[in-house]
Design a protein around this ligand. Structure first.
Ligand code: NAI
Ligand code: CS2
Length: 493
């Protein structure tokens, strides 16, 4: 039996279910990217607001590329799905009822998606489509004109495929029909994610029509957000546990994440917004300091542990936490090489670092190092390289950052420390493979990978100190392996 309106009453009484009248919930937000994170984060905030504060803000859930099954499953279960919070020894479950509709561009047609996005009631289009969904270049924070999806959308603007293309077309239709604009809110892990979204949307709009671009610039808001909740991809074990939580009822759309959740939002909305603050979000004028803190301390240390952990054979983050040298190195990275670069004020960064390490220790999570390691070419810049630039400018040490970057180079070289082949998943995988295959396993490979200027910019590949540090770390990883290299480094701290 599947989760549905009918089976809601059969759930164990500990499960939190919608107590509000779901028929009163209105589709006011279109969400692009109905993945694991959205379900356990933004959807939970909206559900709390509906359950406890009479909010009528609901969602149309959309997937443009991938995730067909989730959308189909969601339709079949009256748009209900469950979200579990998993701590070491305790699970709490709620059924979220704020999704009203669901569409997949390939199944339902892009016209239907644009149809919802151009309804007068739509106030917000929010996004969690991973970094690659923005079709941008991290080094310029602007659109990648070589991206095949962007080329498609330039040639076929009325039937777009990319996230920026869909937003531009929906806004064009709204302008043409005299409708109010919507706010575009990115909830992806990018620095100044609102700024990146604005850049790609405006760049694409300019290709079509300067007037449209001007209208967007004048009327649309692109608030930045800092989002945080660790939500690993669901495994068969997770699904089995969710079923148990639901008293034997199946929920293929169910997801589980850690109990912690945080959301800092730039308060810049042109057509209204839910009162997210009532569910614990912080609405602020400037998100940048918070984003920077989270991206460098959390995501930076995550990537550090992911590359060095994966190479050493640690499949999950909590396994890395059982190696005291990895813990020591990650803490040093956070406090000595990331915290020192930050602008955030009034936050106890030492306590923050310890709370992150505690969250990583959650043995319930089983967060795969492989998952965090993916898409490194789009993650390294904001997680590690910006901090390296700070240290190069200030003459301060960055040994852990150098080791993390070198570990990414070993990782994309495709073989772990036990000689197993690595499935390298990255939008630039082909280019990485070519660079790796055509170079010997020494400093030549480091230099070849540094030639990726869309990752490293023009500055880092010509900086002698940077090259020297990365090369030394790379050679140590090659000769001693990740565990021993981390051990030797951690001895200095
Ligand atoms: P997921 O793999 O479960 O979902 C990815 C979503 O992105 C799917 O809905 C898919 O349809 C969409 N997508 C992928 N490539 C796309 C493309 N080229 N164009 C359009 N849509 C595309 O991943 P998950 O866990 O939901 O994470 C998504 C993003 O959310 C992350 O990349 C990150 O930026 C952000 N995030 C995730 C957290 C987590 O712990 N999972 C926590 C904080 C932020
Ligand atoms: C992770 C993030 O997959 C990754 O790259 O670092 O998804 C991380 O779990 C979240 O940002 C936590 O909020």
């Amino acid at each position: 039996m599947k989760l549905s309106n009918q089976t809601l009453s059969q759930l164990p009484k500990e499960v939190v279910v919608p107590t509000y009248d779901r028929s009163k919930i209105k589709t006011k937000i279109v969400h692009l990217g109905f993945g694991a994170f959205h379900r356990a984060h933004q959807a939970v905030f909206a559900d709390i607001l509906a359950n406890e504060h009479n909010s009528d803000w609901g969602y149309c859930e959309v997937n443009l590329i991938g995730g067909e099954k989730q959308i189909e499953d969601l339709k079949q279960q009256d748009f209900l799905f469950s979200v579990c919070e998993m701590s070491y020894d305790n699970w709490n479950t709620r059924v979220v009822g704020v999704a009203k509709e669901a569409l997949h561009a390939d199944i339902d047609g892009i016209e239907k998606v644009l149809g919802v996005m151009t309804r007068p009631d739509i106030a917000i289009v929010s996004i969690t489509v991973t970094e690659k969904g923005y079709c941008y270049l991290p080094s310029t924070a602007s659109i990648d004109t070589n991206n095949p999806l962007i080329n498609h959308d330039i040639a076929n603007p009325h039937t777009p495929k990319s996230v920026p293309g869909v937003i531009v077309e929906a806004l064009r239709l709204r302008k043409e029909r005299g409708l109010r604009p919507f706010t575009v809110m990115s909830c992806d892990n990018m620095p100044e994610n609102g700024h990146v979204t604005r850049n790609v949307v405006l760049a694409l709009a300019k290709q079509r029509d300067e007037n449209l671009a001007q209208w967007i610039e004048d009327n649309v808001a692109f608030p930045s957000t800092m989002v945080d909740r660790i939500v690993p991809a669901a495994t068969p074990e997770t699904m089995a546990k969710i079923k148990k939580q639901l008293g034997g009822i199946d929920d293929p759309v169910g997801i589980a994440g850690e109990p912690f959740r945080q959301w800092v939002i730039e308060d810049n909305f042109v057509s209204g917004r839910p009162e997210w603050q009532k569910a614990g979000a912080e609405l602020v004028k400037d998100v940048l300091p918070y984003e920077e803190m989270k991206l460098r301390m959390l995501n930076g240390s995550h990537s550090f542990l992911a590359y060095l952990g994966y190479l050493a054979g640690y499949l999950h983050i909590d396994e890395c936490m059982q190696d005291p040298n990895y813990v020591k190195a990650a803490r040093h990275l956070m406090l000595n090489e990331q915290a020192t670069t930050l602008r955030v004020k009034g936050v106890d960064l030492s306590a923050y670092a310890d709370s992150l390490l505690d969250r990583y220790r959650n043995t319930g999570l089983k967060h795969r190092t492989w998952q965090i390691a993916m898409d490194g070419t789009l993650k390294l810049p904001q997680r590690m390289l910006d901090s390296v630039r700070y240290h190069l400018a200030n003459g301060t040490p960055f040994d852990c950052l150098a080791l993390g970057i070198a570990a990414w180079m070993r990782y994309v070289s495709g073989v772990d420390d036990n000689g197993n082949v690595i499935d390298v998943c990255d939008p630039a995988a082909e280019q990485l493979n070519e660079l790796v295959s055509n170079t010997p396993d020494n400093q030549d490979r480091v230099n070849a990978l540094l030639s990726l200027t869309h990752v490293f910019g023009e500055d880092l590949p010509t900086n002698p100190l940077f090259i020297e540090q990365i090369t030394n770390a790379y050679l140590s990883l090659r000769d001693l392996g990740a565990k021993e290299t981390v051990k030797q480094l951690a001895q200095n701290f």
